[in-house]
Write a protein that binds this ligand. Sequence first.
Ligand SMILES: Nc1nc2c(ncn2[C@@H]2O[C@H](COP(=O)(O)OP(=O)(O)OP(=O)(O)O)[C@@H](O)[C@H]2O)c(=O)[nH]1
Ligand SMILES: [Mg+2]
Ligand SMILES: [Zn+2]
Length: 306
Amino acid sequence: MSDPVRARVLSGTGGLWRVQLADGTIDVAALRGKVKREGGQKLAVGDAVDVERDTRETALAIVRIHPRTSQLGRRNPSGAWGERIVAANLDQVIVVFALVRPEPHVRMLDRFLVIAEANDIAARIVVNKVDLSDLREARALFGGYEGLGYPVHYTSIVTGAGIDELHEALRGVTSALTGPSGVGKSSLMNTMYPGLDLRVAAISDSVNKGRHTTVGAHMHPLPDGGYVMDTPGLREVGLWGLASESIDQCFPELRARAGQCRFADCRHLAEPGCSVRDALQRGEISAERYASYTKLREEAAADERP
Ligand SMILES: Nc1nc2c(ncn2[C@@H]2O[C@H](COP(=O)(O)OP(=O)(O)OP(=O)(O)O)[C@@H](O)[C@H]2O)c(=O)[nH]1
Ligand SMILES: [Mg+2]
Ligand SMILES: [Zn+2]
């Protein structure tokens, strides 16, 4: 039996797991029956683990799961963590849209941002294909997000705009890359990491709709440090279990004002003395963002009804 070494779980969904050892090699590991779970958690893609080589076994043994810095998953209605963890130890969620072809969908963007906020994970936005249209148009649509604290990268694989900065933002950290099909996720990855041939999966509405068995995430080690995770189920992680009254906490501009409403349980819909609606009236909160709030809130409320 060898001494335990540190490893990162790249993929797998129970049974055998692909892990990357500290020296960079990739191997297969199985969870040992008496694994030490410091957070009491189930193993998930992205987990940091210790593995040991048992000479009688072909696979490495995972003997310890280290505590997580973050996890992306559903919360159960009580607010505690549910069992289904899509990814562990994410540093950031990167939401990719195209300026055109396909047209950006801000409602979908806000949904991804809410998911990141609900899981306490930082988010950044990539607006790709800026070669195809006017950058001023892009800034009009996405500039407001920078003011909310989400970095925005305007990129093109054709002109190379923004590519170096995006590459810098990925270096040495673990990122989940998500966004609709055709926006250029794979193209961006292949431009930043030539020869890596990353297959970054699409988040497909039609495939995932109504299916509650989240497909496993895959982590891809990056040649200059860090990981990119494609999370086929991110869309689906959705708002499961996120309480309707907590949705305002997932919008930074609402969060900052929600405490000033006349009623502590203000839904910011039609209540008098609502500081959110006051700010909306004064143009301090964008109508688009407010529309996303009401829509996501409604969706969460609908989930709460038995
Ligand atoms: N003009 C232009 N075209 C781009 C750019 N980035 C990607 N494309 C094109 O957009 C199309 C879709 O790109 P992909 O990289 O396959 O998109 P994806 O997000 O990986 O799509 P899925 O894998 O389906 O999720 C391809 O034809 C790319 O060549 C860009 O910056 N400018
Ligand atoms: Mg792709
Ligand atoms: Zn209010």
